[in-house]
Write a protein of this length. Structure first.
Length: 78
């Protein structure tokens, strides 16, 4: 099973769409609210080079934004 982490905020519509997409495809994920967790926010910035959300980490690979095509490819979603 892939390890999926989502750096997100409560008010981000793209984050919501991403989470719904993963749930529909039965992909488990860890959600990290970067507004609440300053350490996680720093980790996200270091890994992605930017401050916008969502940032998705799939088995160590970083995807910036809800890039459905790239996320689907990394997770083998048809």
């Amino acid at each position: 099973m892939p390890k999926v982490r989502i750096f997100t905020t409560l008010f981000c519509p793209y984050c919501y769409s991403l989470k719904e997409f993963l749930k529909e495809n039965k992909i488990e994920f860890e959600e990290i609210d970067v507004l609440e967790d300053e350490k996680a926010r720093q980790e996200m910035i270091e890994k992605s080079g930017q401050m916008g959300v969502p940032v998705v980490e799939i088995n160590g690979e970083i995807v910036i934004g809800f890039d459905k095509e790239k996320i689907s490819k990394l997770l083998n979603i048809q």
